[in-house]
Design a protein around this ligand. Structure first.
Ligand SMILES: [Zn+2]
Length: 240
């Protein structure tokens, strides 16, 4: 089966490291971690081929980022961001292109899932346009210009909100955030989650019961045979 191609764009970076939280969070670094976790989560399913627009702290224009998605022939192009407003606004919002009404569904599911996971406000799926009615965000504008089928810009949480900044400062939260995003993308493309937990349960989560202790090995073997005949798996532990 042909793999689904995804390009993930960690926003900002390089000369653009100005967006920060009230304490220690830097958006350029936070979204790079989210993007790497998302790449890992998607690739682990075996159904996605994923590229990042940057793998390190690096300056890229919006056009260059979209060109990477175009050259990789991405089916889905996602720009990762965290939000800022006035310090009291919080929650999740996901932007899609005004030229791509069909992306409303994926954007809406994405926003709902992230907000639900972190129990914050779901601000929902949105478009944002210039006075001329074009996409305000360069990533969406160029993504559509280069004919990428689906383009999203995710604003996961508000890094200038003191509580949401604390969430974003924990690596395990960034990993969970990426996993929530991966699940939405998988569901959108009809890919089932691997049922790993069920298998692990049958192999490791067993209680074993001792049914005999004997001085003579023949007696132990006789009981084992009787148990085997009744359909119980057995094993023998012997002293040195
Ligand atoms: Zn941003």
């Amino acid at each position: 089966m042909k793999k689904i191609r995804v390009v993930i764009d960690p926003g900002h970076g390089g000369e653009d490291r100005w967006n920060r939280g009230p304490t220690a969070y830097i958006e350029a670094d936070g979204v790079l971690k989210i993007s790497k976790y998302l790449q890992e989560a998607l690739e682990n399913t075996g159904h996605f081929e994923v590229r990042l627009t940057r793998e390190k702290d690096q300056t890229l224009s919006r056009k260059q980022r979209a060109e990477i998605a175009r050259d990789f022939q991405a089916d889905l192009f996602i720009s990762e961001h965290t939000n800022a407003f006035n310090g009291t606004a919080k929650g999740t919002e996901v932007f899609y292109s005004v030229e791509r009404p069909k992306d409303l569904s994926l954007a809406g599911k994405m926003s709902r899932a992230i907000a639900g996971h972190f129990r914050t406000s779901n601000r929902g799926a949105k478009t944002r346009v210039t006075a001329k009615g074009k996409d305000y965000y360069g990533i969406l504008f160029y993504g559509v210009l280069y004919h990428i089928p689906s383009v999203l810009l995710i604003e996961s949480l508000f890094h200038d909100h003191i509580k949401e900044e604390q969430i974003l400062l924990e690596d395990h939260n960034l990993r969970n955030l990426a996993e929530v995003q991966a699940e939405v993308i998988m569901e959108h493309y009809g890919i089932e989650k691997i049922k790993q937990e069920a298998e692990e349960l049958t192999v490791t989560d067993l209680y074993r019961v001792q049914v005999g202790a004997f001085q003579h090995k023949e007696n132990a073997l006789r009981l084992m045979q009787a148990l085997e005949n009744d359909g119980y798996p057995t094993y023998l532990v012997s002293p040195k």
